[in-house]
Write a protein that binds this ligand. Structure first.
Ligand code: HSE
Length: 311
């Protein structure tokens, strides 16, 4: 049953880490309590209308939340207008999945407004298509799917609808540094090597499987070196982050199990098994990241997008 024409639904679309070192376009992890918030309601204005205090496109066909919402309405065969009020909790171009967070929040808020006709599994197409807007037309699910489902997501770049969701059995604490600059994913994809040699491919494949084993068994102390010696993507992007090497060293010295770039950066994260050392790791990474850097302390999240309050 659909919600009343006057109800407002409020949803948090979580931020996410992607790539995690050797897992380019194939691995992503949902983050707890950090994300974009969307308030959705039916509107007498036809189609999808968007307002936001952030500097983001508000035409629905240029906005990931608007695109996802439109696809859910089309799937439901419902022609009513929807209004989305977007609060960006994730800085634009930061590397922690802001476009995907808005996509999952837009899709889920619309679904709830319609009375929840669809399960999350039925919304994967909508969030993936919406995320395409932010990555120069490429379909990749390593931010959109973690934001939708929570947990650690393994996704296929060949067919992102082919994915697996993995629960982490042990708490994973995460310190994230957000350097001052912003990097657009579409731009950061153009600098990647178009061909790689066999040795690098073999090393990366090996590191990915060993890293996954360490993550899913909760053996976080064993995650480095596998997460930290990507030979293909991270070296090409490291030059986009002025203090990349300093941040890595500072995080490790402060006790992080591993430090890596997330997505196209410039954000970098350090992981830890215990909450107590996370603020020390964060302070060290922020101090190394230069003027204007900010930090976030969070954890892996197993729930994904969710309603936070109905007004
Ligand atoms: N896997 C994508 C990339 C994530 O690294 O380009 C973008 O956030």
């Amino acid at each position: 049953m659909s919600n009343s024409d006057h109800q407002t639904i409020k949803v948090l679309g979580p931020a996410s880490l992607s790539n995690l070192g050797p897992g380019f376009d194939t691995l992503g992890l949902c983050l707890k309590g950090v994300g974009d918030t969307i308030e959705a309601r039916f509107s007498s204005t036809p189609g999808i209308s968007i307002t936001s205090s952030a500097k983001i496109p508000t035409k629905p066909e240029e906005n990931t939340a608007g695109c996802a919402s439109h696809l859910v309405m089309t799937k439901a065969g419902d022609k009513r207008g929807i209004h989305l009020k977007i609060k960006k909790g994730i800085p634009i171009g930061s590397g922690i999945g802001g476009s995907a967070a808005s996509a999952s929040a837009g899709a889920w808020a619309t679904n709830l407004l319609l009375g929840k006709p669809f399960k999350k599994e039925e919304l994967t197409y909508a969030v993936l298509e919406a995320e395409r807007l932010a990555s120069g037309g490429v379909l990749h699910g390593d931010n959109a799917l973690p934001s939708l489902f929570g947990g650690l997501i393994l996704t296929s770049p060949v067919n992102p609808l082919d994915y697996r969701r993995v629960n982490l059995s042990e708490d994973l604490h995460i310190a994230i540094v957000l350097p001052k600059q912003s990097i657009l994913t579409a731009d950061a994809r153009t600098i990647l090597p178009s061909a790689i040699n066999r040795t690098d491919a073999i090393h990366n494949a090996s590191d990915l499987v060993f890293m996954l084993h360490a993550l899913v068994t909760g053996n976080y102390e064993a995650v480095a070196p596998y997460m930290m010696r990507d030979r293909i993507v991270e070296p090409a992007r490291a030059s986009l982050v002025p203090h990349y090497q300093d941040i890595r060293e500072a995080g490790l010295e402060a006790g992080a199990c591993a430090v890596a770039l997330t997505g196209s950066g410039p954000a970098m994260f350090g992981i830890s098994k215990d909450f107590k050392s996370t603020s020390k790791i964060l302070d060290a990474m922020v101090a190394a990241a230069g003027e204007g850097a900010k930090g976030i302390i969070t954890m892996a999240d197993m729930d994904g997008v969710k309603e936070i309050e109905s007004l």
